[in-house]
Design a binder for this molecule. Sequence first.
Ligand SMILES: [Zn+2]
Length: 313
Amino acid sequence: MNNGKIVKSFDISDEDLSLINAYTRRQMSKDELYCFSIVLCDNEIDRDFEQFPTEELYKIAELFVGRTGIFDHNPSTENQCARLYDCCVEVDITRKNSVGEEYACVMAKAYIPVNDGTKQLVEDIDSGIKKEVSIGCSALGTVCSICGKDMYRGECVHRKGQIYGGVQCYGKLCGISDAYEWSFVAVPSQRAAGVIKNKGLEGDMLESVFKRLEKPGELTLSDDDKTKLCAYIEKLKGICADGEEYRQELKSDILRLNAIKGGIDHSVMSAVVERMTIPELKAFKAAYTKKETQPQLYKSGKTCGSTCDEYNI
Ligand SMILES: [Zn+2]
């Protein structure tokens, strides 16, 4: 999803202080605290062609109050030093998102206790080094913007990002049910490196580029390196698209098999498969397929009258 942004630090009001002190072990004074506001997310279509519809933003605002922030999605406790104490949805009636809806976003206020351990973080926020945040939450379903059906339950034939009748398809993330975390993320170039470096096995040049990407400071690439890097990214995109297609097929198969077997409630199963890895999905499908072949129908040979056949399982 699009990353949220730290907007600004601000002076703490009495109201802020009382909200903050609801979360602290002891009453804190204004000069012991540093506060800043964040746009957690909005109703814009993101680069995965997904969107939080405005009504879901209200759920997100509710779920994120009280949540602590972490660094780079690493949820160890020593990282948890900033907490959201107030969240609300702001609608800007003068601005539209890319699909013509009134722009809306979730604004959050966060506090950090000021001490030696958090001094660097406060400086990084003030200087703009830490300026982006990302959030993690789960959606029960993804509704297709073209047909209005759920995109992962085998009912929708559309694909996110594709154009149908001149309109681009996107998925509306609905039924936001859980807020996992919010996290400071590093500057954009490092974020890109974080994605690539897991697969950095494409020769020495790429290795060296990745190493440089991980280091702080600006990075200059030669034209040759740029071309190779772009080609590599294109290749990865292809692999990702194939993987995603395979994952969608597995999810649809499992939901279909589950519906046939009537095992687990459909909405529960949909939420579960969303979180599964491909090996997990494969194992699940294999288990269902195995089960499916065991019970067999035998025609008994006996009939009850001329119109009714009896089957034994
Ligand atoms: Zn559809």
